[in-house]
Design a protein around this ligand. Structure first.
Ligand SMILES: Nc1ncnc2c1ncn2[C@@H]1O[C@H](COP(=O)(O)OP(=O)(O)OP(=O)(O)O)[C@@H](O)[C@H]1O
Ligand SMILES: CC(C)(CO)[C@@H](O)C(=O)NCCC(=O)O
Ligand SMILES: [Mn+2]
Length: 908
């Protein structure tokens, strides 16, 4: 293979093609978007849950028992695992868990996911052909759902009760059939934290539910272990303003020290799942900062106090070594003049009263004192037990840079770099998550990294993400209506609130510095804090048990689906510009795709606003939503469109181009068939390169459309594909395909073709190549998106396209029949009958994504099954071949193709 370095620029792309390259990717969406396959088993309960087994209650007496009275099979009785409807089973009760602390109430709740895809014929035939059973899905009773994280102030517990009530979370969510029924009186919610005891009666009175108490330390540890094992890049270090995500090896996690900084602080030595000891604690914690800070500064909220600290200078409050030593260092014991000798030590001055100190300075001094103290005590406890890693959780941290830097500094300084402080993205939700996990039947702890996808709701953070109160509760007609189903959707709220929604404004950077420098003071001042709702920095966790790791990855552990490093500021800025500039065009297409109705225009406008706001937020703080890759960014755009109910912005464009390309396909096939083997192979590859040019993301392409018909453009670009290409492994590929001299190699057994765009790309590029492979006796699996992304062809659309193409070509027809793709056609066709077909099959599988990129750690189970017998992978297009998988290594032959940088990379 050619010696490629990591970045596409290193390919030596010239300006022109680099332009096209950049433009084109701007149009595509990114990775990660995992599709939730409709799963009929979800509603039904597996046999292992049978009530007659009598063993269903293990850990907790509150685990709901199944009520199977009036049970009936729903749908097709002949299905292997038909859905069983349990009309009297209120199994939804367990979809909420609480951690009621001294300061904050944390909620984790689950919502079912509405089906996005139907169990269509293609899926059924793929399942049969690939021998896909329903596998382990039944052991995940909550599959196809989402975990949400919300918090409230404990002193405003009524807002929390209203929220639960408005969403009917205590009865399984607003969509639950029990939602408007009478309270059954048996509702039980898992709860931890002191408030689970303190507020038992209140919950019973207000909501009619019983709180099932789970131990706070148990829950903290369960939550932390789950997050560290199951969420990619959950942990990060934070030193001198630099955030760095850390990938913890789940097999090398223990032992560690968990320090939960809530109102008070608990320090727990964790040795394994459920194996831990609370080894220390301190009553100088988050409550101390907030409480003392409130008294001393008159701040009205925690965030206000924190924000104030950013403008503070603690030298007016703290007594420094230099203050004591007349400006000198005390170097003999390693103390510089700027080291703080005594927190608040300067306030002993008799000449000054509280009013004489700036609240900003007080807040900073206090924050530093408490953070540093906690860091120091944590280090001492780590030292006591020889622990090297300390994870800090609890909402005192609040993602605040200065707090984290101070803690890290204390740990680093006192341990002389031996111990490491790490922070958790879900900082304050450990206990609530642990409580949620204590519902055994959820099977949450069996989920694996690749089955979880975190997404950031696009509109919601700007409407419902506030930490207190139900999302825009005031917009609901009447408080009493909150119980009813007439809740306004978040989008409606977004539209109504629209004028108030603007991109988040960066906080003013801290003025000056603490002036202390050196080893003893953190430099950063936490410019990332924001008191507006966008500070919501944990997303919604999508649980998708049907996702798998792509089995042909050579080493999933080292696989990195980001060719481009957005940590590079110029790269980041570049992509943000591309995305912003392309936005108006995208909105226009989206609105057009819905007939330009007023509603569509309103939504288009809202989409643009929401997406721009997120872009602005990320530009300012790239790690705001966790580790950011280009794939995430592109996917975010697609997700955002979907959230604003634009199902498929390119629908009509795709249709038009498919038709135009199909019309010229017979001519093209005839031309190809007149060639000898070698010329044909080259022409087909040139064809893929030429047809992949047809990309709505590329401005160059849009210009082309004005100049000619599809076939003309296709021929023209094919002629321009003069070898050698920039990366040209054609000879290698040819040798593998055709052999050299008399040495023929056996054909590949099965090829996976990761297809890209609709129109010419699939019809004139990939299908003719697929046909060649089929002719050579290679089974072909077309791998397409599960959800639309720009003009990418989807797995739903492909069977029809193949059926049309098959009308002009016997090879395709027989293969498609053999692959079960021509179900409808077969009914009308007298020629075909099952089993008769001698052809190797042509199949279509979905990839599990709705973005132009693909993260091969999280693909559909369909694709994973199809991959098992595959020995050739063909990846096409900017998103899949370049941005995400240029450096991916596979266990089998792989061909990576991208037109506008003339890339043909073959690894055997
Ligand atoms: N909006 C907020 N309101 C109040 N405190 C906040 C807020 N955001 C962050 N905090 C900080 O987080 C702390 C509470 O953290 P957390 O929710 O983890 O603890 P808790 O569970 O309430 O307390 P404990 O576990 O000691 O009972 C507060 O004491 C305060 O320092
Ligand atoms: C009492 C708890 C456990 C309640 O969450 C917490 O506030 C805490 O750990 N406080 C510190 C108590 C101590 O160990 O001094
Ligand atoms: Mn707590």
């Amino acid at each position: 293979m050619a010696g490629l370095s990591e970045k596409p620029q290193a390919l030596g792309i010239d300006q022109e093609s680099a332009e096209a390259n950049k433009n084109s990717s701007s149009n595509k969406k990114s990775v990660h978007n995992r599709l939730l396959e409709k799963d009929k088993e979800e509603g039904g309960q597996g046999g292992d849950m049978s009530p007659s087994a009598g063993s269903s209650i293990k850990r907790s007496g509150s685990r709901p028992q199944l009520d199977v009275s009036k049970a009936e099979i729903q749908g097709n009785v002949e299905e292997k695992y038909p859905t069983i409807l349990l009309p009297n089973q209120s199994d939804d009760l367990s979809h909420l868990a609480l951690d009621i602390g001294g300061s904050l109430i944390k909620l984790v709740y689950f919502s079912r996911h509405e089906d996005q895809s139907t169990d269509d014929k293609r899926k059924r035939s793929v399942k049969e052909r690939l021998g896909l059973s329903n596998g382990n899905r039944r052991s995940f009773p909550i599959l196809g759902g989402r975990l949400h994280f919300v918090k409230f102030e404990t002193r405003k517990i009524n807002e929390c009760l209203d929220f639960i009530n408005s969403k009917q979370l205590h009865r399984g969510g607003a969509e639950s059939p029990y939602a408007d029924g009478a309270t059954d009186g048996n509702a039980i919610i898992k709860a931890t934290g002191g408030g689970a005891y303190k507020y038992t009666d209140l919950f019973k009175e207000r909501l009619g539910v019983s709180l099932d108490k789970e131990d706070e330390m148990d829950c903290l540890v369960a939550g932390a272990n789950f997050l560290l094992k199951a969420i990619r890049h959950e942990a990060f270090t934070h030193m001198e303003g630099q955030k760095e995500f850390v990938q913890i090896d789940p097999n090398d996690l223990f032992p560690y020290l968990l320090v939960n900084i809530g109102s008070g602080v608990s320090m727990i030595k964790v040795d394994g799942d459920g194996k831990f000891e609370r080894v220390s604690g301190t009553n100088v914690g988050g409550g101390t900062y907030w409480g003392l800070g409130r008294l001393l500064t008159k701040c009205k909220s925690f965030d206000e106090l924190l924000e104030l600290s950013q403008k503070g200078d603690n030298r007016t409050i703290d007594m420094l070594v230099g203050d004591i030593y007349g400006g000198l260092d005390y170097s003999k014991i390693g103390l510089s003049a700027s080291t703080i000798a005594s927190s608040f030590g300067k306030t002993i001055s008799e000449k000054k009263e509280l009013e004489d100190y700036r609240p900003e300075d007080i807040s900073l001094s206090l924050l530093r004192m408490i953070s540093y103290n906690i860091g120091q005590i944590s280090y001492l406890n780590a030292l006591r037990f020889g622990l090297k890693r300390i994870f800090f959780g609890g909402f005192f941290i609040r993602g605040h840079a200065y707090t984290m830097d101070t803690i890290s500094f204390a740990v680093q300084f006192w341990s002389k770099g031996e111990a490491q402080a790490m922070f958790l993205r879900h900082e304050g939700f450990l206990g609530a998550l642990g409580a949620f996990m204590s519902y055994e039947k959820h099977g949450l702890d069996d989920l694996m990294v690749h089955q979880l996808v975190e997404r950031f709701p696009m509109g919601a953070p700007y409407t419902g993400g506030k930490i207190h109160g139900p999302p825009l509760g005031d917009l609901n007609e009447k408080a009493s209506d909150r119980n009813s189903k007439y809740l306004i959707s978040w989008m409606e709220k977004f539209l109504r609130k629209g004028t108030e929604i603007t991109a988040p404004v960066p906080m003013t950077p801290a003025a000056g510095t603490t002036g202390l420098g050196g080893f003893d003071v953190p430099l950063s001042r936490g410019s990332s804090l924001r008191s507006d709702a966008s500070a919501l920095n944990v997303g919604v966790l999508h649980l998708v048990p049907t996702l798998d790791v792509f089995p042909l990855l050579e080493d999933p552990k080292t696989y990195e689906p980001n060719t481009i490093d957005l940590a590079d500021p110029s790269e980041l800025e570049y992509w943000f510009t591309i995305l912003s500039e392309h936005l108006p065009d995208l909105v226009d297409k989206a609105v057009a795709s819905e007939g330009r109705t007023d509603d569509a225009k309103r939504r288009g406008d809202a989409f643009a606003r929401a997406f721009s706001a997120h872009l602005a937020r990320l530009m300012e703080e790239p790690a705001a939503y966790g580790k950011l890759g280009l794939a995430n960014l592109l996917e975010m755009r697609e997700e955002c469109l979907r959230e604003f109910q634009f199902v498929d912005a390119y629908r009509s464009i795709k249709q038009r181009e498919n038709e135009a390309s199909l019309a010229v396909l017979p001519d093209l096939l005839m031309e190809i068939d007149s060639m000898d083997e070698e010329t044909r192979l080259l022409t087909l590859i040139e064809g893929v390169l030429a047809a992949n040019i047809f990309d709505w993301g590329s401005r160059a392409c849009v210009d082309l459309y004005h100049k000619g018909t599809i076939i003309e453009i296709y021929r023209m670009s094919r002629n321009k594909m003069q070898r050698p290409w920039r990366v040209d492994d054609f000879d290698l590929f040819k040798e593998r395909m055709l052999g050299t001299g008399d040495k023929k190699k056996p054909p590949h057994k099965r090829a996976l073709l990761f297809v890209d765009n609709s129109g010419a790309d699939i019809v004139l590029g990939m299908l003719p190549l697929a046909r060649e492979l089929l002719r050579r006796g290679t089974e072909v699996v077309l791998v397409a998106n599960s959800l639309p992304a720009l003009n990418d062809v989807t797995a739903m659309e492909l069977p029809d396209i193949v059926a049309e193409a098959a009308k002009h070509c016997d090879t395709l027809r027989r293969a498609a029949e053999a692959g079960g793709l021509l179900v409808d056609a077969m009914i009308n066709s007298s020629r075909s009958s099952k089993g008769k077909s001698s052809s190797v099959p042509l199949m279509v599988v979905e990839n599990g994504c709705g973005s132009p990129c693909i993260d091969l750690r999280q693909v559909s189970s369909e694709l994973a099954a199809a991959a098992k017998d595959a020995d050739l992978i063909i990846l096409e297009g900017m998103g899949r071949a370049l941005h995400t998988n240029l450096n991916a290594r596979f266990k089998c032959d792989a061909l990576k193709v991208r037109s506008d940088c003339l890339l043909l990379l073959f690894c055997a």
